[in-house]
Design a protein around this ligand. Sequence first.
Ligand code: C2E
Ligand code: MG
Ligand code: MG
Ligand code: MG
Length: 279
Amino acid sequence: RAKADGRGTYRFFETGMDARAQARRLLEMDLRAALQRNEFQPYYQPIRDVVSDRVVAFEALLRWNHPQRGLIAPINFIPLAEETGLIVQLGELVLRRACADAATWPDDVGVAVNLSPVQFKNPNLIASVTEALEKSGLAARRLELEITESVLLQNSEATLTTLHELRAMGVRISLDDFGTGYSSLSYLRSFPFDKIKIDRSFVSELATREDSVAIIRAVTGLGRSLGIVTTAEGVENDAQLELLRREGCTQAQGYLFSKPRPASEVAMMLDRPRLRASA
Ligand code: C2E
Ligand code: MG
Ligand code: MG
Ligand code: MG
């Protein structure tokens, strides 16, 4: 309590807390209503093979199309959706939509869906993945699920069982934001990941930091020796792409090719090799 700081501070503090709690309650109500009103939709960002330059998959990135506030990015609502458990419904919605959308794309193009640690606490996760695949008719091998280290930090026995079950279904599992956690390397031993996504921070510093080049080289080498695909996130220019190609990185994703766009623009992203963020 801030009481010792004097009455003025204490009252200010209380008022501040109240305003924050109030804002949170409003956002939570808004989130619930938005789910009813169908205001959420996945946007898609292409992931390209570095050697063939072909689009191999799209990552589904959730957007909230708010009637007053416009397009809202995940950082502004996913944390509260996780706290309130609404992420379970939101996650199911993304899975269903992503599988249904991907089923209309060419056979050799996959879709990647991000999973929250909270979804792993829900006993229905396997059932909702199964249902999304069955209803859409999408082959399991075309679905990639992206998890971060934080998923493996919690209740790891149950989580590992779930991951193995998903993989046994034919779904691929990617380790997202690689290199940003505490002990990234040890997680590579705990589960046979299909893909490592090298965090954007290493790519963005390639031009300015020698050690970022060394880290990229180490991770792509690790991927090669473990037989795991490596995808670089946040590729924004040709110099970065060239370096990644030279270091043997398998796939690249970033504004250099396209920012995330609605499902209706996937066909165009497949046709046109490059679509910059401004395009
Ligand atoms: P992420 O899975 O690591 O997704 C990559 C983020 O980097 C996306 O941000 C994407 O728009 C952004 N990005 C891609 N290329 C570039 C680039 O060249 N430069 C820069 N500066 N940024 C780039 P976004 O869409 O805002 O999503 C942020 C995070 O929110 C995601 O990070 C993911 O952790 C989470 N998220 C998004 N959609 C979902 C979802 O459906 N479910 C869950 N649980 N989390 C989601
Ligand atoms: Mg991701
Ligand atoms: Mg990432
Ligand atoms: Mg991320």
